[in-house]
Ligand binder design. Structure first.
Ligand code: IFM
Length: 809
């Protein structure tokens, strides 16, 4: 089944019917003012934190969807019939009601057509604003004069702390009230308290400061209003039939001790074919702020200009990389949606979605360091800034804080570590993970290779607890930490977790996966040492890498697989096990790290295909855990086929694709891409259920009765891992210290494709020809008419604008 299509020209996904299997969502704004919206206008908003800066409510896990939303009701004042500008909440019969939703890059447009009345509502957050705009155009296409009322509905939280708002009603109901004056509803919270809280993230518990929100109407006079939710909705009614809309008039109520809302009514008299526009603004601030914002939108064309500006800003960031291949779904994802999703994960981390309620007020270490990888080729400066922040989240022992707060500042001697009771209380973390800091090596190298900015390694950055060091020394400390945590096989202890949150090996169990990562970290450090002429460091890192290599080969290789780890003498992921006997990550990382010999690589990657692969990607391990128990095998808590318990974890699919490209298997790499490509499931929405334009965290594996169904949309490491795999692996654009290597690894049926990319401020327009159907190999590169007999394009050959022809062979 199909619910929409990609409009690549406009960089939009167009949802042509509203009864999607789930709410198909989009993001507006940023964490400064964050808003989530679905194809049916459901969703919530907040300032700085979904947990403690909540403005609009979103009730999770309530059927049918995460209600309420940004509702605009329409009522025919002659016959009393009413509907909504989005299909929900009134849910008119779809044989009479049409709805189209266009999700674009940080804006959404929802159009409706019912009984001769057309609406088009643009939802967005202007750049750098602390408010959102809903701009609705209403057109009369009925062939007769019409009198239509528009009713707005926004449901405010009574307390910015989302959880308190929902559960602590003996308090929160009595701290909020609403006011109305001249088209503006104001909500106040703790209004007698003198100190103004600007919705700054609070620790758990009530905010206990003064807050104000405004909701203004521009374009017509408000003829009635309700600031009390229960008066607007009416007793024993719901969002589909509010009494105010049904009777055609609000009651001019103000909230005092109940729930606040912004219900307003304007009346539009529309001649035949006439169109009128009403603009609603909603945000953080008191009357003065609200009035100022309203004033701006009295200026004609303001919304269009802002929307254009917003599009220009975001499109230009995404357009730093363009691609046109024989596969349109690849282009839709890599050129638009995957890039957009990379920015969203980069900005929002795992904070707020329709799955994450917003209670994660910080950057999870490993996730964030990997999220950076997804945008390095698009926005190296933002990548560098975030990398700095994460390096400052590394303790002086070299291990990293599991979570770096959103309000964390880079400054020395903050004393933050797991020895600090404040940090432990605020985050709930008590143990370090073995892998968090190990992601820094790959990301730092990717950044330095992208920019040529080797000086970054000399930049001094504080540790989260005490002291400071150059980036280079941070990296050395990370390795020293890992080397101090080796077990009896000489491999790294798993500690609280390696990448897999559900495998708890502690200080007794060793992880082969993270040991491959440590090996790669040592190789990268050696590479940096060489660049800096530090011979001793180079030798040290190489020597440690060789020892690790020996141990991996001696203990982890079983002839047909690399095992997953050890718990004392017990082997995890061994062919002798009846559960969880074959794991994806150790196979793939044996290749990515360079530990696997070419013979081993072939064996393990063939076995991945044979044992783990399905029509929807490769499972994280197989068979699922059914008896192996806690505390080590935490994945037992999940039903078989779900998440880490033999689900198709999508994040590692990127690594799988990349590994296949390193081995030259373009056909297989592409096949794996297609299996997890959301766009490829566009006409199978009844199976995937999730949005066809975003990657999910996992897809149910073959032991689930719902094999193929996808979950945990938007905020996932899949975005960056697949992006890197496709750009560096399949398309073969691999920045290196002195230039750009172009080494595509493509399906043999790709005879020609185009890419455009910025590299160190220079534009490269690259055409690749592959008429003989190779999967890998470059015969020659011609840059601006000059032939280079290699796949490496030195920076010195590049002008500001470059035409590049790559001949595979
Ligand atoms: O690696 C983790 C990630 O950090 C959070 N989600 C689950 C992944 C696998 O366990």
């Amino acid at each position: 089944m199909k619910f929409g299509y990609f409009d690549n020209e406009k960089k939009e996904y167009v949802i042509t019917r509203p009864d999607t299997p789930r709410e198909w969502t989009n993001y507006l704004g940023s964490l400064e003012y964050g808003a989530i919206i679905t194809n049916n206008a459901q969703g919530y908003s907040f300032v700085k934190s979904g947990a403690s800066g909540r403005i609009l409510r979103g009730r999770f896990n309530v059927p049918p969807t995460t209600a309420p939303g940004r509702y605009i009701y329409l009522r025919d004042m002659e016959n009393g019939d009413f509907w909504s500008a989005s299909w929900l909440p009134v849910k008119k019969d779809l044989s009479k009601y049409e709805s189209v939703c266009r999700h674009g890059v940080l804006y959404t447009i929802i159009s409706s057509r019912y009984d001769g009345i057309e609406t088009e509502t643009l939802y967005y957050v202007p750049l750098n604003a602390l408010y959102e705009v809903w701009a609705i155009k209403v057109r009369n296409k009925s062939g007769r004069k019409r009198k239509i009322s528009l009713f707005s509905y926004a449901e405010f939280t009574n307390e910015p702390n989302e959880n308190q708002d929902l559960v602590n009603m003996q308090y929160t109901l009595f701290i909020s009230r609403t006011y109305y004056k001249d088209n503006l509803i104001i909500q106040t919270i703790n209004e007698n308290y003198s100190e103004l809280g600007r919705n700054i993230p609070q620790e758990k518990g009530i905010s206990g400061r003064r807050f104000n929100r405004f909701f203004g109407v521009i374009g017509a006079e408000v003829v009635s209003f309700d600031g009390d939710r229960d008066v607007f909705i009416g007793n024993y009614r719901d969002y589909s039939n509010p009494i105010a809309v049904e009777k055609g008039k609000c009651s001019n109520s103000l909230n005092y001790g109940k729930n606040s809302c912004a219900g307003t009514q304007v009346i539009l008299e529309l001649d035949v074919d006439e169109e009128k526009e009403i603009i609603y603004v909603l945000g953080d601030g008191a009357e003065e702020t609200g009035r100022k914002v309203m004033e701006k939108y009295k200026e004609k064309g303001k919304v269009e200009r802002e929307w254009e500006e917003l599009k220009r800003y975001w499109h230009s960031r995404i357009e730093n990389f363009k691609v046109k291949t024989p596969d349109e779904s690849f282009d839709s994802m890599i050129g638009i949606w995957n890039a957009y999703q990379c920015f969203i994960t980069f900005f929002w981390s795992r904070a707020a979605s329709m799955i994450y309620v917003g209670h994660r007020d910080g950057y999870g270490y490993r996730d964030t360091v990997q999220d950076i990888q997804g945008i390095i080729h698009l926005d190296p400066q933002s990548a560098k800034d975030r990398l700095r922040l994460m390096l400052a989240g590394q303790t002086s022992k070299g291990v990293a804080l599991p979570l770096v707060f959103f309000d964390y500042e880079i400054k020395p001697n903050q004393g933050l570590s797991l020895d600090n009771p404040y940090y432990v209380k605020r985050t709930g973390y008590t143990e370090y993970r073995c892998d968090d800091h190990l992601w820094l090596y790959i990301t730092t190298r990717q950044y330095v290779r992208e920019t040529g900015d080797l000086a970054f390694l000399d930049e001094v950055i504080p540790y989260s607890d005490y002291g400071e060091d150059t980036v280079y020394e941070h990296l050395r400390k990370g390795i020293l930490f890992s080397l101090s945590k080796l077990g009896k096989h000489g491999l790294t202890y798993g500690l609280d977790a390696d990448w897999n949150d559900t495998l708890r090996l502690g200080e007794e169990g060793e992880t082969v996966f993270a040991s491959f990562q440590l090996y790669l970290a040592l190789k990268i450090f050696a590479e940096f040492a060489e660049k800096k002429g530090k011979k001793e460091d180079l030798e040290w890192a190489e020597k440690e890498a060789s020892k690790l290599y020996e141990n991996l080969q001696r203990y982890a290789w079983e002839g047909d697989r690399f095992v997953r780890g050890f718990m004392g003498d017990e082997v995890i992921g061994s062919k002798n096990n009846s559960e969880a006997s074959f794991w994806l990550n150790p196979q793939v990382w044996s290749v990515l790290s360079g530990v696997a010999t070419s013979e081993q690589a072939k064996i393990v990657m063939d076995n991945v295909e044979k044992i783990l692969n399905t029509d929807y990607g490769a499972m994280i391990m197989y068979p699922p855990v059914r008896t192996l128990g806690l505390p080590v095998f935490r994945m037992i808590l999940f039903n078989p086929g779900m998440k880490e318990n033999a689900g198709i974890f999508c994040h590692p699919q990127g690594w799988l694709i990349k590994a296949e490209t390193m081995l030259g298997n373009g056909n297989r790499a592409y096949k794996y891409f297609q299996e997890i490509n959301p766009a490829n499931m566009n006409d199978k929405a009844e199976i995937r259920e999730a949005e066809p334009y975003v990657h999910c965290q996992f897809v149910e594996g073959k032991d689930s009765p719902f094999h193929g169904r996808a979950h945990v949309h938007w905020l996932t490491g899949t975005a960056s891992s697949v992006m890197v795999a496709c750009v560096e692996g399949i398309l073969g654009l691999q920045p290196d210290y002195e230039g750009l290597r172009i080494d595509p690894c493509v399906p043999s049926h790709w005879k020609e494709f185009y890419m455009e990319r910025m590299f160190r401020g220079k534009r490269l327009k690259i055409k690749v020809e592959n008429h003989s159907g190779f999967q890998k190999g470059v015969k020659k590169i011609i840059i601006n008419g000059k032939e280079i007999n290699d796949n490496f394009l030195p920076e010195s050959e590049m002008k500001d604008e470059n035409e590049v022809l790559v001949i595979m062979g």
